[in-house]
Design a protein around this ligand. Structure first.
Ligand code: SAM
Length: 224
């Protein structure tokens, strides 16, 4: 039976990859990735000489059929994302769901664990982590305020991903909605400009300088 390995890769620092992940990437017949340019940086560093095939949010069902065919022909595949653990708020999730539910391919789907921005951020937050609610990316416009209100009311810690373009607006919105508990904002984890901002929303808005509103963010919000 073919294997599809779901391989976690670094969220920034290319040293954050497990020995098992490197071995699997060297052994498989084909590596599925989001953006071949991103994954090439990783495989070049580790001298992994395997073909790459992109699978991203706009990939159509023809691409999925091709992947199914490869698996049915006995090929072993690895799925990676641009960063972190595939399937967590990225297109890998849809691919895995299609393979299991729509195509019902009989294969082994094997996790190769490693970094995830969500878990890295939670691990340093100092907030209770025994129960938390993960929202992935918040909706951009419609529905965002409703979700933020829900987050404010949550008994448990809430975690979400946020982009450069929206981080300040989201924090300002939380402030406008009267949120007054603690927040941890993690920026560019494991990268050169890694920054962690902790405190009340006001304090964080003061801490983040305009030139620092760049990069990737995880936001952790204290529960009630
Ligand atoms: N599957 C990935 C994982 O397990 O971390 C997440 C993929 S999601 C498409 C990408 C989002 O994760 C970014 O927009 C950002 O919110 C967050 N993220 C990824 N890398 C990050 C990093 N180094 N520092 C902070 N946030 C990061």
């Amino acid at each position: 039976m073919s294997n599809l390995y779901i391989v976690a890769t670094p969220i920034g620092n290319l040293e954050d990859i497990t020995l098992r992940a490197l071995r699997i990437l060297k052994e498989v017949d084909l590596i599925l990735c989001e953006d071949t340019r991103e994954t090439r940086k990783l495989i070049n560093k580790y001298e992994i000489n395997k073909p790459l095939l992109s699978y991203h949010e706009h990939s159509d069902l023809n691409k999925v059929s091709y992947i199914v065919e490869q698996l049915k022909n006995g090929k072993n595949l690895a799925l990676v994302s641009d960063a972190g653990t595939p399937g967590i708020s990225d297109p890998g999730n849809r691919l895995i769901e299609l393979l299991i539910n729509k195509y019902q391919v009989v294969i082994n789907i094997i996790p190769i664990p490693g970094p995830s921005a969500l878990i890295s951020a939670l691990s340093i937050s100092g907030m209770p982590t025994d129960k938390f609610i993960f929202y992935g990316f918040l909706p951009h416009k419609k529905g965002k305020e409703t979700i933020l209100k829900e987050i404010i009311e949550n008994e448990y810690v809430s975690v979400f991903y946020e982009s450069t373009h929206r981080i300040i607006k989201t924090l300002e919105k939380l402030k406008a909605l009267g949120f007054n508990r603690g927040i941890v904002v993690c920026r560019e984890l494991t990268k050169k400009f890694e920054s962690i901002y902790c405190g009340k929303v006001d304090e964080i808005l003061d801490q983040i300088k305009p030139e620092e509103v760049k990069g990737e963010f995880v936001v952790i919000v204290e529960g009630r």
